[in-house]
Design a protein around this ligand. Structure first.
Ligand code: FES
Length: 163
């Protein structure tokens, strides 16, 4: 009768099996620790870069904006306005707390839905808590005849682009 807990194996074979198991367990643990360390260093050494969209927006061709039109581009948060004096672009972000404004043709004004600021089509404040007018943005015509707006550059008011 065999008295070992592993029938068919002598105590030397059981010891080898146990040793092999613990060796593999140790190597596995080292492998997991090494992978974690590599992942940490990769994250630590890779540059922390935020990819922001370009501030330059191609608005399109002048013929898309008839005289008297006020066009809101929601994606870029700008207005393209065409009046008799020429084209200009305004930021659509309210100068109070940064809500997106909207053109209200029936009222002939730009309105902020958050706290009721109102602006005329030149961005001048008419009512509400906004501390400043809507800023005018740099606008130019590209070599291919497209209207381009730089959202990061403000310009003095009443600088119209005449085409
Ligand atoms: S954010 Fe426009 S009025 Fe407050």
């Amino acid at each position: 009768m065999n008295s070992t807990p592993h029938p068919g194996l002598d105590s030397h074979e059981v010891e080898l099996d146990r040793r092999k198991f613990f060796t593999q367990l140790g190597l596995g643990s080292l492998g997991v620790a090494a992978a974690g360390t590599l992942a940490f260093y990769y994250r630590y050494l890779s540059p922390n870069v935020l990819f922001e969209p370009s501030p330059i927006v191609n608005v399109g061709r002048t013929e898309n904006f008839p005289t008297g039109s006020v066009t809101l581009d929601v994606d870029s948060a700008i207005y393209l306005v065409h009046i008799a004096e020429g084209f200009f672009s305004l930021s659509a972000i309210c100068t109070h707390l940064g809500c997106m404004t909207a053109w209200k043709p029936e009222l002939n004004m730009i309105a902020c839905p958050c706290h009721g600021s109102r602006f005329n089509r030149e961005g001048k404040k008419l009512a509400g808590p906004a501390p400043k007018p809507l800023p005018w943005l740099k606008l130019w015509l590209s070599d291919d005849g497209e209207l381009m707006v730089d959202r990061s550059t403000t310009i003095p008011e009443l600088q119209f682009l005449r085409v």
